[in-house]
Write a protein of this length. Structure first.
Length: 558
């Protein structure tokens, strides 16, 4: 990744430089991206990926990929595979440094035993509800468990028996022994191991006790030599436990990892809770994790967002210490900006209206020169013949003032082709317009005698004889935000029932016939589109990535 001014100037980078100035981490900077393999990554994870890998690259350090796979009941290799694909697609590599918390299960168990031996952990028989009740409140101290003062020998014995499978799920837990009166609730003897007789996707049935995230995460960081453990703000109150644990186990203050928190990404019209995203998938509100309406990286990829646009977006929003709400139009601006430069232009008609050019020879077909992209040049030939399709909205029988498209007796220019004039309107038995008969100024195409004739309206078209049928999917926001841009607590009530419109009888010029899945185009005057994986040799399928109008650019300009 190229040098990034956002990385260079953010407060996390400043902290890294301060640590190095103070003689810490002399072996170099080492970060990690630590997803739990219990779902697909979303746009918020993209920010974390760009930040962690970006910090490592900027500081000529290393970044690990580590799966925090400590909850076997919710994890699956499907998620492991998808996470790797998403990171690679974004343009980052962990090289040979892919790890799992489960790689360290034996070592983590030893660390837990060491805490017990130091009198800093104990086996508790209280139920989950009882532990919650004993913990106290933000204004009242907690109450010590009656099992808190078991001897070291008894705790080691019970913990070993937990590991051996003698107890049922929930019957016992291992807790850190810290301070039940601490103002920080996390330090009130947090649970560090629980019993779960569940099959693990990597270790199988070798274990029936599993470390909690708060225990496994800092120790995994320390084992891997991570210098800066960058995470989102909800882990800020967990940092004292992170530091307590590493200090209690004797990790050197000059080399052990430092946790630094940053604000998570909140987007208008978007939910990024894994629980909510899973609900959308499992209750079939969407077609899957890669539904183009989903904020998952796989959904954005299928929608047609590019890696460069997501990286640019993450750079633009920067890294902050306080939570804020980002307008989704900023994300759309980034992909529109990228596609404007890189997507070839083609003509496609989504809602066709047939036009017969009566003074054009029936058996004639010609190829007209059209530019591919004004940003980087290139051209193609577009077939033209007597019968064409235009958009229904490009014709009105009784148009308002300043309507510069086709109307009875009116003229428009066909993009890359002729000026045509509407001579006759053909309707069906219900009075619906089904066909237009027009005449063309046959000298008005490029190079012709009347090519420079001034016409206010220019519309796109496709030749009926050679156009390819296509299915076009028009996506809108899945979630409707309130007037402040926030998603309501009951997000299902805010689902947009019109978030997908499928047009099955669209037509597109034949230059796209052999195009590959994932290829982007600008449909002239319509928007940016991408070839969907549902495309077959007999059926072209396109997703609208984003429209042509850029509301965020107007906000910035204003």
């Amino acid at each position: 990744m190229a040098e990034n001014t956002t990385i260079a100037s953010n407060f996390i980078q400043n902290a890294i430089e301060e640590d190095q100035k103070n003689g810490k981490y002399t072996e170099g900077i080492h970060t990690r991206f630590p997803p739990e393999p219990n779902g697909y990554l979303h746009i918020g994870h993209a920010k974390s990926i760009c930040l962690n890998f970006g910090l490592a690259e900027y500081n000529r350090g290393l970044c690990n990929l580590r799966f925090d796979d400590t909850n076997p009941t919710k994890e699956d290799t499907e998620y492991v595979d998808s996470i790797q694909e998403d990171i690679h697609w974004l343009g980052f590599s962990w090289q040979n440094r892919m790890f799992y918390a489960s790689d360290y299960f034996d070592k983590l168990y030893e660390y837990a035993c060491e805490l017990i031996k130091k009198g800093l952990a104990y086996v508790d028989d209280l139920s989950a509800d009882e532990i919650r009740a004993y913990r106290g409140t933000l204004t009242e101290p907690g109450k010590e468990s009656p099992y808190r003062n078991r001897s070291v020998e008894e705790n080691l014995d019970l913990f070993a028996r937990m590991k051996a499978g003698e107890f049922a799920d929930g019957e016992k837990v291992l807790r850190a022994k810290i301070d039940m009166a601490s103002p920080n609730m996390v330090l009130r003897d947090t649970v560090i191991y629980r019993i779960a007789h569940a099959h693990h996707h990597r270790t199988g049935d070798a274990w029936c006790i599993y470390p909690m995230y708060d225990f496994a995460h800092p120790l995994s960081d320390a084992i891997e030599g991570i210098t800066h453990s960058v995470c989102t703000l909800e882990f800020e109150e967990h940092r004292p436990f992170y530091d307590w644990l590493l200090e209690s186990l004797g990790f050197d203050a000059n080399t052990r990892p430092r946790q630094i928190e940053f604000a998570r990404l909140n987007l208008t019209n978007t939910v990024t809770s894994k629980r909510k995203l899973r609900q959308l998938v499992e209750e079939h509100f969407v077609s899957g994790w890669d539904d183009p309406r989903m904020p998952t990286i796989s959904g954005l990829r299928r929608r047609g967002y590019t890696p460069a646009s997501l990286r640019k977006f993450c750079e633009e929003i920067g890294v902050a210490k306080a939570d804020s709400l980002v307008d989704v139009s900023m994300l759309e601006h980034c992909v529109r900006d990228d596609l404007n430069e890189n997507a070839d232009r083609v003509m496609a008609v989504l809602r066709p209206l047939k036009v017969v050019i009566t003074n054009y020879p029936e058996d004639k077909e010609e190829y007209l020169l059209a530019d591919n992209n004004p940003m980087h040049g290139g051209s193609r030939f577009v077939p033209f013949s007597r019968e064409i399709y235009i958009e229904q909205e490009d014709f009105m029988e009784e148009p308002p003032k300043k309507y510069f498209r086709l109307k009875p007796g009116g003229e428009v220019r066909l993009k890359h082709a002729y000026i045509i004039k509407c001579e006759e309107v053909i309707k069906d038995e219900n009075g619906k317009v089904v066909e237009l008969h027009c005449t063309a100024d046959l000298d008005s195409k490029t190079g012709g005698a009347t090519a420079g004739r001034k016409i206010k309206g220019t519309i796109h078209w496709v030749a009926a004889k050679t156009a390819l049928p296509a299915e076009v999917r028009l996506y809108d926001y899945l979630i409707e935000s309130d007037e402040n841009g926030n998603v309501p607590a009951d997000f299902l009530e805010a689902l947009n029932k019109n978030s997908l419109e499928t047009i099955e009888n669209a037509w597109i010029e034949p230059s796209v016939k052999l195009t590959a899945v994932g290829t982007h185009y600008q449909f002239l005057r319509t928007g940016y589109f991408v070839v969907d994986p549902d495309t077959t040799p007999d059926k072209l399928v396109f997703n609208r990535v984003v429209g042509l109008r850029d509301s965020w650019a107007k906000v910035k300009k204003g």
